[in-house]
Design a protein around this ligand. Structure first.
Ligand code: LMR
Length: 396
C-alpha cells in the first residue's frame, strides 16, 4: 500500500533539532530553531506562568471540551493585546478571535478560511520568509509567490522592491507580513514605510495577513504591535496570527490565536461561524492548559506586569548577546564589519553565511543554524559565545 510513498525531506528548522539531539559533540550549540534560552542555556519557565499555574492548581478543575473557538477569557485577552482593550474594533465587536494551536495554528485556520473565501487568490510571502509560510499556504491549496524584501548587499530591506512587488500584485492577493522582528532576516521596515505598505494594500485591494510571533522581542510589546493600528486607521479588514510560544516561553503548550478584523459586528459573527467550521473539521476544539495560563496572566494586572518585566529581560539579554557576538567575532579574527548584527532585531540574525559554511559549522563544530545562514541569537550565552565566535571565524 505504501510502496510509492517517497521519503520527505527533513523540516528545514525543526529537522535541525533532530540532528542536534543526535550529535555527540559535547560543545554543540543549537542556534537553529527560534527558541530563547537564558544565560545558563536553560529554557525559562516564567515566574508569571508559575504563579498562574500555582493558583490554578490550588483549585483543580475538571477538563471538559472547550468551545470550538477556545476559552472566552483568552480570546478577549488576545483581542485586547492585539487591538487595545478600549479600541474601536474591540468595543464595537468587529474582531473575530479564535484560540489556535500555536501561531502556526492561527495561520492555518486563516489559510483554510481564506481558501474557501478566495480560492483563486495568490499568496505573497517575503523573500525570504519563515520557511513554514510557503509550505503552510501551499498545503492550504494556494499558489505562493514572493515579494521583494531582503537586500543582501545593503544588509537591510529592499523597500523599493517590496513596494514595487506589492504594487504589481493583483487585487485580492493575500500578503503575509511580519508584524515585527522579521523572521529570518531580523530587519523590519520603519513606521513611515509601514504607512506606505498600508496605503498600497488599501489602494490595490490586497488582503493583509499579519504574522505576529515575536511581539515584545523587538522594541517592546506596544511598539512591536503598533503596526496593527495603522491597518485599523486605514479602514482595512485583515488577519492577525498571534503566538505566545516565545513571549511566554510556552513553546510546547502551543498557545496562539487568529484574529480577523471585520467591517462590523454582524459580519464578524458570520466570519466567526466559518472559522469555527475550519477548527471543528481540523481538530475539533483547542486544548485548555496553555490558553488558561496565558489568559490568567494577561487578565491579572499584577501577573501582566510581571510578564512584561520578564519579557523585557529576555529582550535586553538578546540585545546584549548581539553586541557580544559582534565583539567576539572581531576578537576571533573576523576582518569583515559584522556590526549589522546589532541593527537586526528579534531572535534571529541573518548572518550572510553560505549554505556550505552553515553545513561546516554543523559538521565540524556542532554549531547549528539554518542552511540559509539564520542563527538564533537568543540561544547564545556567556558560556557558548566564545566557542560560537571561534567556529564562525574558522568557516568565514
Ligand atoms: C522558528 O522560526 O524557528 C520558529 O518559529 C519555530 C518554528 O516553528 O519554526
Amino acid at each position: 500500500m505504501f510502496t510509492a510513498v517517497e521519503m520527505a525531506p527533513r523540516d528545514p528548522i525543526l529537522g535541525l533539532n533532530e540532528q542536534y539531539n543526535a550529535d555527540t559533540n559535547p560543545n554543540k550549540v543549537n542556534l537553529g530553531v527560534g527558541v530563547y534560552f537564558d544565560d545558563n542555556g536553560k529554557l525559562p519557565l516564567l515566574q508569571c506562568v508559575q504563579a498562574a499555574e500555582k493558583t490554578m492548581m490550588a483549585t483543580p478543575t475538571a477538563r471538559g471540551y472547550l468551545p470550538i473557538d477556545g476559552i472566552v477569557a483568552y480570546d478577549a485577552a488576545v483581542k485586547s493585546l492585539v487591538f487595545g482593550a478600549d479600541s474601536e474594533p474591540v468595543t464595537s465587536g468587529r474582531v473575530a478571535t479564535v484560540q489556535g494551536i500555536g501561531g502556526t495554528g492561527g495561520l492555518k485556520i486563516g489559510a483554510d478560511f481564506l481558501k474557501r473565501l478566495s480560492p483563486n487568490a495568490t499568496v505573497l510571502i517575503s523573500d525570504p520568509s519563515w520557511e513554514n509560510h510557503r509550505a503552510l499556504f501551499t498545503n492550504a491549496g494556494f499558489k505562493v509567490d514572493t515579494y521583494a524584501y531582503y537586500d543582501a548587499e545593503k544588509r537591510g530591506v529592499n523597500f523599493e522592491g517590496m513596494l514595487a512587488s506589492l504594487n504589481a500584485a493583483a487585487a485580492g492577493t493575500v500578503v503575509v507580513l511580519h508584524a515585527c522582528c522579521h523572521n529570518p532576516t531580523g530587519y523590519d521596515i520603519t513606521a513611515a514605510q509601514w504607512d506606505q505598505v498600508v496605503a498600497v494594500v488599501k489602494a490595490k485591494n490586497l488582503t493583509a495577513f499579519l504574522d505576529m510571533a515575536y511581539q515584545g522581542f523587538g522594541h517592546g510589546i506596544a511598539e512591536d504591535g503598533a503596526v496593527i493600528q495603522k491597518f485599523v486607521d486605514a479602514g482595512l479588514c485583515f488577519f492577525v496570527s498571534t503566538s505566545f510560544s516565545k513571549s511566554f516561553s510556552l513553546y510546547g503548550e502551543r498557545v496562539g490565536a487568529l484574529s480577523v478584523l471585520c467591517a462590523d459586528k454582524e459580519e464578524c459573527s458570520r466570519v466567526l461561524s466559518q472559522l469555527k467550521i475550519v477548527i471543528r473539521t481540523n481538530y475539533s476544539n483547542p486544548p485548555i492548559h496553555g490558553g488558561a495560563v496565558v489568559a490568567a496572566v494577561l487578565n491579572n494586572p499584577e501577573l501582566r506586569a510581571l510578564w512584561e518585566k520578564e519579557l523585557g529581560e529576555m529582550r535586553v539579554r538578546i540585545k546584549a548577546m548581539r553586541q557580544k557576538l559582534v565583539d567576539g567575532l572581531k576578537a576571533a579574527g573576523v576582518k569583515q564589519d559584522m556590526s549589522f548584527i546589532t541593527t537586526q532585531i528579534g531572535m534571529f540574525s541573518y548572518s550572510g553565511l553560505s549554505k556550505d559554511q552553515m553545513v561546516r559549522l554543523r559538521s565540524e563544530f556542532g554549531v547549528y543554524g539554518t542552511d540559509t545562514g539564520r542563527m538564533c541569537v537568543a540561544a547564545l550565552n556567556s558560556k557558548n559565545i566564545d566557542y560560537v565566535c571561534q567556529a564562525i571565524a574558522k568557516v568565514m
